[in-house]
Design a protein around this ligand. Structure first.
Ligand code: GLP
Length: 230
């Protein structure tokens, strides 16, 4: 279903700007897009934008989000070289880099933004407490997020403590948001994001304010929702 939305978006525009998320949840989506690419879906006119990037990793680190997306998606489809954009974690002046990326994302105007959700309700790396009007900036990762993401690094001590992330407001400026969540470990965060108050304590709750937000859940991730009909 998420791949259908992406395919419709890519096919319907001359120069689509697609916002990509990372994380385990996105891996089947990327695999399906690669499969569709092999069957003729072309990304040749598209540009793709990362939500966030770890700081303090080597450029070639396989866990750097740019490298993950390159390996699992971009390197296997016909997206042109140079059409994958993201924050440059190697920049000497990181604050200037945040401002540069914020401006780039705003200028391109993301048409469709894919999102996951952290078990603590984060989107991108906007941890609980991130202001709803936040923009691209350097953030400290919470212990929970570092523990959740330790599975990619082997152990929690290897998970960076800092990242550059698009802000909640940056993400909210995209024309369409599609959040995907799977598994019971996401159920509490999903319920608070969808049915709770809009609050910086659950950054994903900002989706309630967006005019075109879709949430795609498996039954485990939806198991704490109470307002469903039927
Ligand atoms: C990371 C990313 C988020 C993503 C989250 C969920 O923290 N920065 O953008 O939504 O992981 O990841 P997973 O799908 O692995 O649970």
């Amino acid at each position: 279903m998420v791949a259908d939305l992406v395919e419709g978006f890519i096919n319907g525009r001359l120069r689509p700007s697609l916002g990509l998320a990372t994380g385990k949840t996105m891996e089947p989506v990327f695999a399906e897009l690669v499969r569709r690419g092999e069957q003729g879906l072309s990304f040749a006119g598209a540009h793709a934008y990362l939500l966030d990037e770890y700081l303090d990793l080597d450029r070639g680190d396989p866990c750097a989000y740019r490298n993950v997306v390159q390996r699992l998606l971009v390197g296997q489809i016909d997206l042109p070289p140079g059409a994958l954009h993201g924050p440059n974690a190697q920049a000497v002046d990181v604050l200037a880099e945040c401002a540069r990326y914020e401006q780039q994302v705003r200028e391109t105007s993301i048409g469709l933004q894919l999102l996951g959700i952290g078990s603590n309700g984060h989107i991108a790396f906007n941890e609980p407490g991130s202001p709803l009007d936040s923009t691209t900036r350097v953030v400290e990762l919470s212990e929970r997020t570092r523990a959740d993401n330790a599975r990619f690094f082997g152990d929690v001590r290897s998970v960076p403590t800092r990242a550059i992330t698009q802000g909640v407001a940056t993400i909210g400026a995209a024309a369409q948001l599609v959040l995907l969540a799977c598994g019971v470990h996401k159920a509490e965060a999903v319920a608070r994001a969808i049915e709770g108050p809009v609050t910086a304590a659950i950054p994903a709750s900002a989706l309630q304010l967006h005019p075109d937000a879709t949430v795609v859940l498996d039954s485990a991730a939806s198991s704490h929702l109470t307002l469903t009909a039927g």
